[in-house]
Design a protein around this ligand. Structure first.
Ligand SMILES: Cc1cc2nc3c(=O)[nH]c(=O)nc-3n(C[C@H](O)[C@H](O)[C@H](O)COP(=O)(O)O)c2cc1C
Length: 241
């Protein structure tokens, strides 16, 4: 059981360059997808398809697509940033500001301040370095019965994500979720490029690979159980013996 908890705690985001010459073994890729297939989904609707892209030219074409970051993202992102490890350790949620281009980490940032989208540039290089890009497609026709807005179906896609992520990390394979390929013009172009039927929606993408720099640990924080667990009545705190 401790092994499982350790595996869960060790799972991490690999926002780094992968070795483009080190491919993912077919057996390992199969295990990752098989782990995804055993995820719980609402009503067992298995409302997803996974498109695996390992053709270098296609990955380059995807990386070449313009993916401008919205001001909504930049503004909402700013609100939850921490500007030091001490601050992040205190907050226990969110991420460090150093993950983002300096312009994104200023208060009241305006569109005119975002002259170069360094993160976009970086993202492009990260994408190109990936031997495998997975694209998870949401099939709204396999909706969870009576679930408003298919809320339960959308949660199911997260369960698939976690299973694949845990399997990949347990095999020593780095995994990085990329949301920016899902929406806007980039999403539209990817659908065209990869023949994705129009009724399917790109839920999220993930990069798989082996980190070039193994020394890529960064501070990861979580709330303590006592911070979010309520006992019998909301607001009543749980005492750990
Ligand atoms: C639905 C979802 C979308 C995410 N999108 C991105 C993303 O676009 N880019 C990224 O670098 N990380 C993305 N992440 C990863 C989270 O930022 C990450 O899990 C969180 O900061 C905790 O860090 P950890 O994964 O190392 O534990 C996403 C995670 C989830 C669950």
């Amino acid at each position: 059981m401790n092994d499982l908890l350790n595996l869960i705690k060790d799972r991490h985001s690999s926002r780094i360059f992968f070795d483009p010459n080190r491919s993912i073994a077919k057996d390992d890729l199969h295990k990752i997808l098989e782990a995804g297939s055993w995820a719980p989904t609402a009503h067992n609707m298995q409302n997803f398809e996974v498109l695996i892209v390992d053709d270098k030219k296609l990955i380059e074409a995807i990386a070449d697509l313009k993916m401008p970051t919205s001001m909504t993202f930049i503004k909402e992102n700013y609100k939850q940033l921490s500007f030091s490890e001490k601050d992040l350790l205190q907050k226990k949620t969110g991420v460090l500001g150093t993950m983002f281009p300096p312009a994104w980490t200023k208060p009241n940032v305006k569109k005119a301040d975002i002259t170069t989208d360094d993160r976009g540039d970086f993202m492009q290089k990260e994408l190109i370095s990936s031997p495998v890009l997975g694209i998870v497609l949401y099939d709204p026709s396999r909706r969870a019965p009576a679930s408003e807005g298919d809320f339960l179906g959308i949660i199911s896609l997260g369960c698939v994500m976690e299973n694949m992520w845990l399997m990949a990390n347990s095999l020593g394979i780095d995994f990085h979720i990329v949301s920016s390929l899902s929406n806007g013009p980039a999403g539209k172009n990817i659908k065209k490029l990869l023949n994705i039927p129009k009724e399917l929606i790109i839920a999220y993408s993930f990069r798989l690979g082996y980190a070039v720099n193994k020394n890529n640990k960064y501070l990861r924080v979580r709330r303590d159980v006592e911070d979010f667990m309520h006992h019998n009545k909301y607001g009543a705190k749980h005492e750990r013996n």
